[in-house]
Design a protein around this ligand. Sequence first.
Ligand code: COA
Ligand code: AMP
Length: 630
Amino acid sequence: MGYQEVYESWQRDPEAFWMEAAENIDWDEKPSKALFDDNAPLYEWFRDGKVNTCWNAVDRHVEAGHGARAAIIHDSPVTGTKHKISYAQLRSRVARLAGALRAKGVQKGDRVIIYMPMVPEALEAMLACARLGAIHSVVFGGFAAHELAVRIDDAKPKAIIAASCGVEPGRVVHYKPLLDGAIEQAAHKPDFCVIFQREEEVAKLEEGRDHDWHAFQFGVTPAECVPVEGTHPAYILYTSGTTGAPKGVVRPTAGHLVALNWTMKNIYNVDPGDVFWAASDVGWVVGHSYICYAPLINGNTTVVFEGKPVGTPDAGTFWRVISEHNVRSFFTAPTAFRAIKREDPEAKELRKYDISCLRALYLAGERADPDTINWAAEKMGVPVYDHWWQTETGWTIVGNPAGIEALPVKVGSPTVPMPGYDVQILDDAGNELGPNELGAIAIKLPLPPGTLPTLWNAEDRFRKSYLNTFPGYYETGDAGMKDEDGYLWIMARTDDVINVAGHRLSTGGMEEVLAAHPDVAECAVVGVTDELKGQMPVGFLCLTKGVNRPHEDIVKECVTMMRDQIGPVAAFKLAVVVDRLPKTRSGKILRGIMVKIADGSDYKMPATIDDPAILDEIRQALQKIGYAAG
Ligand code: COA
Ligand code: AMP
């Protein structure tokens, strides 16, 4: 069957399509049906099934005789180490860790926060939670104490599992003081913490609260897998929205298993036993779905890479990892390739390695610019597939289903909707638009299995953020169009979310930080175009009347505040002081125009602008920091 037939078979009978996909999962109790729509527009999948994620990701492969197969390859150029963990080893490590957590009182439904770098222990911690039916929430290591505290207060974890440190090129990231600071700031206190001590930095443990990862597992009874209901949350993953309060995306257990398992062959075109590599971080959705869960559920070997595309030690690292570990399909963010291309435009490093094992490169997380796609395709000699999805969906909305049929690539388009997704372009009034008409991208409800059923403890926000604007549809927050062949073109976000080096950030959240500076009366943060990172945040500061301190000092303090409050991942380095912000007569800040001025692109003067002269002031301020050329 080709793509069209598969997509139509889903359209004809979604229930049969997903029940058939569910056959590839081991159930403790089979679900009687796939979709439960009695609470529409909130939908549930496989509600009356019973299943365990860890069983499907680990134990079942050992039971099937594949215990000796490598489950995880840890390749860490930043620490100069490499090692493999087989499925059998992974099972005993995860069962022991789960047993130790259980002995300390962690059970089904309890939340556990995981704050760890790219080490196999991060995956083991996730799987140990899944084994018990505990709900994990992984927090990216590039977030600072305050962001961690916000997540602790929202998820209210019984336990936190952290590493003593992370290793960034040139510096050790001191996780433990960040963790201590976060617990101090948070109103909710976990019962206990488990600290994985790394050789690069051993952290001081707090008596009574902190336990050493190894010592705490001594002598425990390994835990068996606990079957959970199909709708039981597998995890909560916080992502940026319009405000500083992150949204806790809930991932339902059974839909997650069924959908991810389906993607491995049909989208990523790998068979059990093949090596699959997603160069991202466990703190992001790509890391959840494609470093941890999907490859393991499908019986692949997953590469856990602790390094960067350049500088660890050079722009040949990706080629080395692909060649050395026999990677079949490779997934990363376009930024990573822009970094390699900038450092080694001729791809001279590639000549040192044989990457003929590789079948395709998959890009996602941000817009893939044609230059980058063409460069990668030409240098690597494999197809490059862009695909579009979000933390909320957990897997591809629009992609190229290479395992079903590799569709012709149109550079700049992530290709076509996957089965499960009826993607429509809507105008402001919610009418479906025709080919090549630009509008809001929405997905007709229900969303497929594995996608978010709600936000953690925030159903109203879920409805408001995604369901209310276009009744009957899920609002993606992206704008774009469909062409006459049904290919999607993703143009821009419709909200205040920006994408910096493939990392999703909220300008609203950054504005909240700046507004807290005592000298800042009003502010705006916009994402301007950046050659390497796609977008970079730039802050505009209007100072409180009477403040006459040097502007450079205030800007420096704002940069420091952002690093301390949100974290280095915000990459907030640029801010300018201006007298006023451009606004509409009703007081709405014209952020879109500010981006266009910064990028040097054309814009139409909005009829509603309060005072057009402000735009010149904005241009001049931006020119001082190297933007708004031309
Ligand atoms: N823990 C602590 N700090 C982290 C971190 C982590 N896990 N990840 C990034 N940071 C820090 C970086 O060290 C950097 O700090 P600095 O300001 O002191 O230099 C800062 O956060 C910004 O990081 P980043 O935006 O990633 O920039 P970079 O210059 O370090 O690296 C790239 C640029 C392109 C090499 C890098 O962004 C990259 O590899 N991107 C791939 C994208 C990706 O994996 N996206 C995930 C979604 S698919
Ligand atoms: P995240 O939730 O971090 O995965 O970010 C999701 C957002 O990143 C999407 O809503 C898009 O704005 C953007 N994005 C992800 N993949 C792509 C892509 N292939 N092309 C364009 N934008 C993308």
